[in-house]
Design a protein around this ligand. Structure first.
Ligand code: RIB
Ligand code: CA
Length: 321
């Protein structure tokens, strides 16, 4: 086994961010150096509380948690999506957290953590990119300590989930998304296209809920919350698919593509626009187009099994969702 990959996670916990944290904290492939929180799925304070609650519930090691931006760089953000429940994490009724967040603002925590490590660190960004954009703008030199950014956000060929053209994390703070995705740093984008592929069935979620593993029970509870909210017989693992791509890149199909974030426009503000044209001669494009690695497809069953194994409940899965 090669050395665990040092990572920092940026989250707006969020039921599916919680699934991602469960996977990251359970995986021997990752060395989680810290978790930063940002407003998005719920207010910042709630995202911090949910993150601390989750870590307590799985008796996680004392990984530092820092609170960051409580609003987008511009604009007023978006309403908290009802789909995550009243508390933003599936209303599981978990006990209030005992552990505390660190005093540093998330941007300062990221700067200090990245500055103090010898090796560059991988950032896993599962929320609006307000914290990461502020880090890059306030401390441009920090770029050399960032190995790669894995970002859940945007759409490749998929429709949006927040506007017809836009995905929530990008639409919540489009300027931040543009700063980060068009920074020229190594970016692997995990858009809604694969995000919508990886799911557990309601029956599997019920089996997770009755296992001995605290993480599996929490994941099962979150999945059943989403099943109830949508009235579906399945639930997405959401952000956790981004973490799976970091842990097991062989399960992802990745293409290099040129993109930009649309910042103006009414219907299209917050859209991630990919230049997939075959012929471009004579049709020059304007704007700050940037090449990123984009996950266009994943082996969903492989990632379901990775998640179930990490949760200590591989037996909960049936043949396929
Ligand atoms: O559009 C999906 C993304 O928005 C996920 O990260 C989810 O947690 C919400 O933040
Ligand atoms: Ca999220």
């Amino acid at each position: 086994m090669s050395n665990p990959l040092p990572v920092l996670l940026d989250v707006d916990t969020g039921g599916d961010d919680a699934l991602a944290l469960l996977l990251a904290m359970a995986s021997p492939a990752l060395d989680v150096r810290g978790i930063t929180c940002v407003a998005g799925n719920c207010a910042l304070a709630q995202a911090v509380r949910n993150t601390l609650t989750l870590l307590d519930a799985i008796d996680a090691p004392p990984v530092p948690v820092a609170a960051g931006m409580d609003r987008p760089i511009l604009g007023s953000g978006l309403p908290a999506p009802a789909l995550h429940g009243g508390d933003g994490m599936g209303d599981l009724g978990l006990p209030a957290p005992r552990r505390k967040s660190v005093d540093d603002h998330a941007v300062e925590f990221l700067r200090r953590t990245l500055s103090e490590t010898a090796e560059p660190i991988t950032l896993i960004c599962l929320a609006p990119l307000s914290n990461i954009a502020m880090l890059l703008r306030m401390y441009p030199g920090i770029r050399e300590k960032i190995e790669r950014l894995y970002v859940m956000g945007g759409t490749y060929a998929s429709p949006g989930n927040t506007t017809p053209a836009g995905e929530f994390n990008v639409c919540y703070d489009p300027e931040a998304a543009a700063i980060v995705l068009q920074s020229g740093l190594p970016v692997t984008l995990y858009p809604l296209d694969p995000f919508m592929q990886v799911r557990f069935t309601k029956e599997e979620a019920m089996r997770f809920s009755s296992t001995a593993s605290a993480g599996a029970r929490i994941a099962g509870g979150i999945a059943l919350h989403y099943c109830r909210f949508f009235g579906y017989s399945f639930s997405l693992i959401g952000d956790a698919g981004t973490v799976a791509t970091v842990i097991d890149p062989e399960g992802a199909t990745v293409e290099r593509s040129s993109m930009l974030v649309e910042l103006s426009g009414g219907a299209t503000r917050g859209a991630t626009v990919f230049d997939r044209r075959i012929v471009t001669d004579g049709f020059e494009r304007e704007g700050n187009w940037t090449d990123v690695d984009v996950v266009t497809n994943v082996d969903a069953d492989r990632y379901r099994r990775l998640m179930a194994g990490a949760l200590g409940a591989p037996e909960a899965l049936t043949d396929q969702a």
